[in-house]
Design a protein around this ligand. Structure first.
Ligand code: NAD
Length: 286
C-alpha cells in the first residue's frame, strides 16, 4: 500500500482549500497549488480565516491551528506538487482543463503516486486515460464545506486497481470522513440526485411558482432539508452547478437533466453565488 505523507492539492478554491485544511489538521504535509503562487496563498489565507473562527468557537486550539497551517506550503503551480505521494485535483469543473491538469500531474509526480480528482461529474476513466498510470487514478469527491461535511464519495475508474481504491478509502477515513462508493457514471451518486433537484427549483423560479424564499422554505419546512435547493446552489457555485448539469445532460442524453435558463443566465451575468456575493440571493448585505 502507498505510504502517504505528503498530499498535493491542485486548485486552492473553496474545495481545494477545504481539502488542504482537513489534510493538514489530520497531520499530513500539504502542498497547495493553483494557477499561480498568489492564488495558492489566497487559498491558504482563507484556510487561516476558517481555522481562526474554529479557535474563536473553542473547537480548535491556537497551537493546533498554527501547527496545521505550518504544514501547508503554497507552491507556484502543478510542477511544485512533485514531492507529493497523493494528489487531489480540485480545479474548476471543466473537462478540457481537467484533462490538461491530469497530464501535468502525471508528469510532475513520481511513479506510483495516486492521482485523485474531486470532480463532481466528469469521468474518472476519461481523466485516467490522459495519464501513464490509469490504474492509479481515482475519484475522491468531497462535499462542501469540506471541514464540516462528513461524506466522501469514491469513484473507481474502469482501470482503477484495488490498492489505489483501498489507499484512497483509508485516507478518507483518516480525514474523518464516511465513504460511499459509486460507479464511474456522470454525476456519480450524490450529484445524480442533487442536480435534478436544483434544476427543478430553477424551473419553479423561472415559471414564477414562487419566490426563491418560497421555494427554499418549501424544501426546508416541507421536505425537512437543512438548506433549500437555491441557497445550496449558491453555496456550491452556480458555475459548478451548470457545468455538472451540462455533463449529466450530454452524457446521459436525457432531457430531464437540462439546466433551466435562469441558471444559465445567472452564470452568464457572473452571478455565481456566495463566492461572487450574488447568486439567487444577494449576499452583499448579509
Ligand atoms: P472554485 O471556483 O472555488 O475553485 C476552483 C479553483 O481552480 C480556483 O481557485 C481556480 O483558480 C483554480 N484553477 C483554475 N484553473 C486552474 C489551473 N489551470 N491550474 C490550477 N488551478 C486552477 O471551485 P470549487 O467549488 O472549489 O470546485 C472545484 C472542484 O471541486 C470542481 O471540480 C467541482 O466540481 C468540485 N466540487 C465542488 C463542490 C462545491 O460544492 N463547490 C463540491 C464537490 C466537488
Amino acid at each position: 500500500m502507498t505510504d502517504i505523507k505528503t498530499i498535493g492539492v491542485l486548485g486552492a478554491g473553496q474545495m481545494g482549500g477545504g481539502i488542504a485544511h482537513v489534510s493538514a489538521v489530520a497531520g499530513y504535509d500539504v502542498l497547495l497549488a493553483d494557477l499561480n503562487l498568489e492564488r495558492a496563498q489566497a487559498g491558504k489565507a482563507k484556510i487561516d480565516k476558517f481555522m481562526s473562527r474554529s479557535v474563536a468557537k473553542g473547537k480548535m486550539s491556537e497551537a493546533d491551528k498554527n501547527a496545521a497551517l505550518a504544514r501547508i506550503t503554497c507552491v507556484e503551480d502543478v510542477g511544485g506538487l512533485g514531492p507529493a505521494d497523493f494528489a487531489v485535483e480540485a480545479a474548476t469543473e471543466n473537462i478540457e482543463l481537467k484533462k490538461k491538469l491530469f497530464k501535468a500531474l502525471d508528469e510532475a509526480l513520481r511513479e506510483g503516486a495516486i492521482l485523485a480528482s474531486n470532480t463532481s461529474s466528469i469521468s474518472i476513466t476519461l481523466l485516467g486515460a490522459e495519464t501513464s498510470r490509469p490504474s492509479k487514478v481515482v475519484g475522491m469527491h468531497f462535499m462542501n464545506p469540506v471541514p464540516i461535511m462528513k461524506l466522501v464519495e469514491l469513484i473507481r475508474g474502469l482501470p482503477t486497481d484495488d490498492a489505489t481504491y483501498e489507499a484512497t478509502k483509508a485516507l478518507a477515513i483518516k480525514l474523518g470522513k464516511t465513504v460511499i462508493t459509486s460507479k464511474d457514471s456522470p454525476g456519480f451518486i450524490v450529484n445524480r440526485i442533487l442536480i435534478p433537484l436544483i434544476n427543478e427549483a430553477g424551473f419553479a423560479l423561472q415559471e414564477g411558482l414562487g419566490t426563491a424564499e418560497d421555494i427554499d422554505t418549501g424544501a426546508k419546512l416541507g421536505l425537512n432539508h437543512p438548506m433549500g435547493p437555491l441557497e445550496l446552489a449558491d453555496l456550491i457555485g452556480l458555475d459548478t452547478c451548470l457545468a455538472i448539469a451540462d455533463v449529466l445532460h450530454k452524457e446521459l442524453g436525457d432531457d430531464k437533466y437540462r439546466a433551466p435558463n435562469v441558471l444559465r443566465m445567472h452564470v452568464a451575468a457572473g452571478w455565481l453565488g456566495r463566492k461572487t456575493k450574488r447568486g439567487f440571493y444577494d449576499y452583499s448585505k448579509r
